[in-house]
Design a protein around this ligand. Structure first.
Ligand SMILES: [Zn+2]
Ligand SMILES: [Zn+2]
Length: 362
């Protein structure tokens, strides 16, 4: 048991209260990570409205291993790590190494406790506090993690830059590189150019896409997309699918939707060339999607993608190497805030004034 400082959500959509909590010792397959930096992702904001409270959210944590469980042999105290989602490791999906599609993903990541109902966080009066959010709950100075949701980070990598790699950047870049797999010279449209979309654009550059069309309602994000390597940037709105199709000479080979909005996904599918594939990455905005029957003929594919669809312990080191080589310059997307200013950081995110907010511990 150790004292930790955490940002606790006491009521849905309430402010985050900085509080002293107690964190249990790690189980045999767990480690304790001292958080140095944690990104804020759209999923944190979404769950802040619907999660059972009191709760600690946060799922883009990076830091240093402070204690290892008895069965953890390949990590040691002092290792620098970044974090990603938790998985069961034994279901059909996990056996096929499709970890992002773990059949028990919900239980391992979103119920506020471990799958067995236990929680590792307690208020000073001993009352349980929900945690284990996406396998971590990193809005806290120290957190527990299962060994399989921790990835080692090389010394040359800034931990605050690595923090969003485990969710937002992995989601955008992995969707393109792991799932869509565009060949050099192909065309792609990225709908929604926030942090996830920006990572998708950078990945499209890495893949050698010739035409990279960014779509966003915000001029600032369209301008940023062009600096990241998009060849075109268009506003959403009237005739969107047709405008994107025209820019790509009759339709794009690939599309990525990061917005989760029904009308945007519909345009993304309609913007595809015959045999094109649309990756659905965005979640939450619309509960149902609809398409005209003609728009999903012509060999088009629509595929849902969680967390970039890859194997985190392989894909995250690859993405970090790309960053260190200068080919995945996501540091320009970050705005850092002291941890205590979490509510200000969320307000800036909601207002669209920052792309990716990262909270820093001293
Ligand atoms: Zn996330
Ligand atoms: Zn599983």
């Amino acid at each position: 048991m150790r004292p930790v400082t955490a940002a606790v959500l006491r009521s849905p959509d309430g402010p985050f209260e900085l509080a002293d909590l107690q964190l249990d010792d790690p189980r045999p397959d767990e480690v304790v990570v001292r958080t140095e930096a944690v990104g804020i992702c759209g999923t944190d904001l979404e769950f802040a409205s619907m999660t059972a409270t009191p709760a600690v959210l946060g799922h883009e944590g990076a830091g240093v291993v402070e204690q290892v469980g008895a069965d953890v042999e390949d990590l040691k105290v002092g290792d620098r790590v970044t974090r990603t989602f938790a998985r069961c490791g034994t279901c059909r999906s996990c056996s096929a190494r499709a970890f992002a599609y773990c059949e028990r993903f919900w239980e391992y990541n979103f119920i506020g406790t471990r799958p067995d109902g236990s929680t590792a966080l307690r208020d000073t009066d001993g009352a349980p506090v929900n945690g284990h959010f996406l396998g971590q709950s990193s809005f806290a100075s120290h957190t527990l993690a299962r060994r399989t949701s921790v990835v080692r980070v090389p010394d040359a990598m800034d931990l605050s830059v690595s923090a969003p790699f485990g969710c937002g950047f992995q989601t955008g870049a992995g969707g393109v590189l792991n799932v869509l797999g565009p060949t050099p010279g192909s065309s792609i449209a990225v709908f929604g150019a926030g942090a996830v979309g920006a990572a998708a654009i950078l990945a499209a550059v890495v893949a050698g896409c010739e035409k990279i069309i960014a779509v966003d309602v915000a001029q600032s994000r369209r301008t940023q997309a062009l600096t990241l390597g998009a060849t075109d940037a268009v506003d959403a709105g009237e005739g969107l699918a047709e405008r994107v199709r025209d820019l790509a000479g009759g339709g794009v080979d690939f599309a990525v939707d990061t917005t989760g909005r029904a009308e945007v996904l519909r345009a993304a599918v309609e913007a595809l060339a015959p045999l094109g594939t649309c990756g659905v990455i965005g979640v939450g905005a619309s509960a149902e999607m609809s398409f005209e029957w003609r728009s999903i003929l012509n060999g088009r594919t629509i595929t849902g993608i969680i967390a970039g669809g890859g194997v985190p312990e392989e894909f995250l080191p690859r993405l970090i190497d790309l960053h260190l080589e200068g080919c995945f310059p996501v540091d320009t997307l970050l705005t850092r805030f002291p941890f205590a200013r979490i509510d200000d950081a969320i307000a800036e995110l909601r207002a669209g004034r920052v792309g990716k907010a990262v909270l820093m511990f001293d």
